[in-house]
Design a protein. Sequence first.
Length: 195
Amino acid sequence: MGGTMDGTKQRRRGDTRQRIQDVALELFAEQGYEKTSLREIAEHLEVTKAALYYHFKTKEEIIVSLFEDLTKPIEELIDWGRQQPHTLETKQEIVRRYSEALAGASPLFRFMQENQATVRELSIGETFKDRMLGMRDIVIDPDADLVDQVRCISALFTMHAGMFVLKDLEGDPEEKRKAILEVATDLITQAHKGA
């Protein structure tokens, strides 16, 4: 019986942590990271600042935790990709999975896009750069010619740019994601034909 109680408590704690992350990200998007205080986040959650402190001591801790949670699938994808052969099928699967991971982390990427100076100063800037280099390394065939390497990098940029540019276009978000994925896959496929 004691185990169930602990599990429930643990789950509730996880929910609170996620609520803090969601509200913080919303406020950061609305008024900017610099202008948002921990006090405001606590007020929006209708909790005391002490309750917020139990989970996060600083705004940076909130953003770092969000970044780690939302980009974990990307890190796992890079690890998986490093163990795969440089085949077209592998690269197409990497692009497909990356598209899904980006969709799941889109609020965070929007924050990063809109707060680039802040992100550069935070520890997540360097981590994000490392992840992007990891993605580059698993989609590029090191023996491919330069044009095909550029095509592979362009596939990644297509997916990143698509998240921002297409949000203003009319249409179903999932249809837009599929269209971006199709273009990225075309680039990867075209690059592979040159190999």
